[in-house]
Design a protein around this ligand. Structure first.
Ligand SMILES: [Zn+2]
Ligand SMILES: [Zn+2]
Length: 680
């Protein structure tokens, strides 16, 4: 205001103080006749003072006069940059005032008024030219946040009026520059996220080429995807944790931008998936949910952050999942689920379903990494121990969330127990020699791997030599993409878990193969581990041959199924689909490890049906009918917890249950070792 106030004296002498005084009251106490406003608007073509006066009062003009005023703004904007710089005393004031006028009139006006919208479209090249010129000197204007606000609103109008231009290089570059911002003379961070958001929404759902284009534009502004994401995270923290009161509208805009960037692909997705960004989002979520008073805008912001985190988790990067779990996301999900509101006249805010989606992504990560399982176990243990009201809070959440939470706990408990059983040697992995004339069965660890694919196992170098004639073609056909899938050491736990589950659900798999008409000697199973519940499909593995280029690693795995005895089914090919890739496992069918366990007497009371984590391709639950080691172990741990008053999430309780179960498997676990002795 000081700038405008400074002109006040000269303005009152030129215009006549009475008229101006009256005019300044326009729209409040003493409306000026429209005909006088028209004169004023006309005069704003020639007088900067009057132009500023018009801008100040613009919000109170009727629509017809706002449209007239826009014509004046557009005519000023059509002045060539060079001419304006040479001829005027205040080269930018005219332009800045005109742009601010457009900002004040705002997007909604252009939505209603088609003629003004067309004028905006026609003038767009001039507007862009001036926005770029002003960027250079914007620190003059930033202290009043003018430049950032103006660019923000103008891009918003643009995204509605002429979205086609948002993909142009110059438009994207300007959006990035306005986003990068500057430190103003007041020491504050001046930037706007709106233009970036407008460009990103225009790119939403486009191909990798779109992401690469954005990447090039960002590079042209001397920034990387990592810089971009780091800045969003820092500004999100600034708007929530370091601001009082919070700047919620900014949080919504920033988190929407974050969400869109995550989906862009390429380096943007990689940068979004870094631990620091995930942790930052959880910290912001925490601040929002723990603010003194939670408004509807808080809930919008919460929803936006949840959507961002869910989007990142859908990439199934276990480090990211681990970090958000460690940062304490679990209790925040339950808190967020309480805000499942439907504001009047607005789309419903489904925080609970987004929170449930996040839980599902997290539980799917249990297969990758034992640390993830143990981290979540500690977190859940802490929730029940540290917060006596936690159970009550869960009970208040919508049913859909509560059910997902129950599945999360069931999956967590099962996997935490399974880890302990695995440590004690339960369900060890077996392998078979890839030499089809040998096919000897032994503990997987006793084989040597083919150095090329690391997939084929051989009991001896003579077997490897004998098999090379067959194996060579498939092994040499593998490209780097497929080799990296086969060689990834993080597949070890999934392979062992999958082998156990295939055995647990074998009866159901046989039933499905009969229903689908897949002959037992051709049977393979695909497990889709990137959505919950986990889907199990049966198929004829020969179908993989239909797309040799896409499946060379799966076909190579299927080689292991040709046996010396024809249709004997001791091995099955399982394709594990996760993280957008397909990982083959050769699973040994061994019913000894999934035998029914003698149920201790204390368990009869607590027995409950197993929760369906697996479904067939029609969505029907698949269950393990036996009271096998895993299921009995879980029930045993629960009953130990009841007896002792300890938490079932306590490591010692789980260990005790695992010990008890392992006693039953002494014979089976030794048998494997005997079988191996022939090779020693
Ligand atoms: Zn090989
Ligand atoms: Zn062999």
């Amino acid at each position: 205001m000081s700038r405008v106030g400074g002109r006040w004296n000269s303005l009152t002498t030129r215009w006549g103080s009475q008229n101006v005084q009256m005019y300044m009251g326009f729209g409040r106490t003493m409306p000026m006749p429209e005909v006088d406003v028209e004169v004023l608007i006309e005069a704003s073509r020639r007088s900067l003072d009057i132009l500023l006066l018009v801008v100040i009062n613009l919000h109170a003009f009727p629509a017809r006069l706002q449209a007239e005023t826009l014509k004046v703004f557009f005519s000023h904007l059509r002045t060539p940059v060079e001419q304006q710089l040479c001829e005027k005393d205040e080269p930018y004031e005219w332009i800045m005032a005109s742009l601010q006028g457009i900002q004040i009139i705002g997007r909604k006006f252009f939505q209603r008024d088609a003629a003004s919208r067309q004028r905006f479209i026609d003038c767009w090249p001039h507007i862009l030219k001036w926005l770029k010129a002003l960027l250079v000197v914007r620190d003059e204007y930033e202290e009043r946040r003018h430049y950032s606000e103006v660019v923000g609103e103008i891009y918003t109008i643009c995204s509605f009026a002429c979205p086609g231009v948002l993909g142009q290089d110059e438009v994207i570059k300007l959006a990035f520059r306005a986003w990068i911002g500057i430190e103003g003379r007041d020491g504050k961070d001046h930037y706007t996220v709106q233009p970036l958001l407008a460009c990103l929404l225009d790119y939403g759902g486009k191909t990798n080429a779109g992401a690469l284009h954005m990447e090039r534009m960002l590079q042209a502004c001397d920034n990387t995807a990592e810089d971009l994401l780091d800045k969003i995270a820092a500004r999100l923290e600034q708007a929530t944790i370091h601001s009082s009161p919070m700047n919620i509208r900014e949080v919504i805009a920033l988190s929407s931008a974050m969400g869109s960037i995550t989906y862009l692909g390429q380096s943007f997705t990689v940068a979004s998936l870094r631990a620091s960004v995930g942790r930052s989002l959880v910290a912001v979520l925490k601040a929002l949910l723990e603010d003194k008073e939670i408004s509807m805008n808080h809930i919008y912001a919460v929803r936006s952050i949840l959507a961002g985190i869910s989007g990142c988790l859908s990439h199934q990067k276990v480090d990211y999942a681990y970090n958000v779990a460690e940062e304490g996301i679990l209790i925040l999900l339950a808190k967020a689920a309480l805000f499942d509101t439907e504001p009047q006249g607005l789309p419903p805010l489904h925080c609970a379903s987004l929170a449930a989606d996040i839980l599902k992504h997290l539980l799917l990560c249990f297969i990758y990494n034992d640390e993830m399982i143990e981290k979540c176990r500690e977190e859940v243990r802490g929730l029940y121990a540290g917060n006596l009201r936690f159970k009550d809070m869960l009970d208040e959440t919508p049913k859909s969330f509560r059910e997902t939470w129950d599945s999360f706990e069931a999956m967590l408990l099962e996997n935490a127990l399974l880890l302990r059983l695995f440590e004690m040697g339960y369900a060890p992995e077996n392998g078979t020699c890839a030499n089809r004339d040998c096919r000897v069965l032994a503990r997987r660890t006793r084989f040597k791997k083919c150095a090329g694919c690391t997939f084929a196992l051989y009991c001896s170098s003579s077997c490897q030599k004998a098999d090379w004639g067959y194996h060579r073609t498939g092994c040499k056909a593998l490209k780097n993409d497929h080799l990296s899938i086969l060689r990834d050491r993080y597949r070890r736990l999934p392979r062992r878990v999958v082998a156990l589950h295939i055995n647990r659900y074998w009866d159901a798999i046989v039933r499905l193969s009969l229903e689908k008409g897949v002959p037992s000697e051709d049977l393979a199973v695909r497990i889709t581990w990137n959505a919950f519940p986990i889907r199990v499909e049966v198929f004829d593995w020969h179908r993989l041959l239909e797309d040799v280029a896409k499946n060379p690693h799966l076909i190579l795995a299927a080689e292991n199924l040709y046996g010396p005895e024809g249709g004997r089914r001791e091995w099955i090919l399982v394709v594990l689909r996760m993280e957008g890739m397909e990982f083959p496992c050769i699973v040994h069918l061994d019913n000894k490890l999934t035998k029914s366990v003698q149920a201790p007497p204390c368990m009869s009371d607590t027995e409950e049906p197993e929760r369906a984590s697996f479904v067939d391709e029609d969505g029907n639950a698949i269950d393990c009918a036996k009271l096998d080691a895993l299921r009995a172990g879980v029930l045993l741990a629960k009953s130990y917890a009841d007896e002792t008053g300890e938490s079932v999430w306590d490591g010692a309780i789980l260990r005790k249950a695992a010990d008890k179960i392992i006693e039953e498997f002494e014979q089976e676990l030794c048998e494997g070792e005997d079988a191996f002795k022939i090779y020693e």
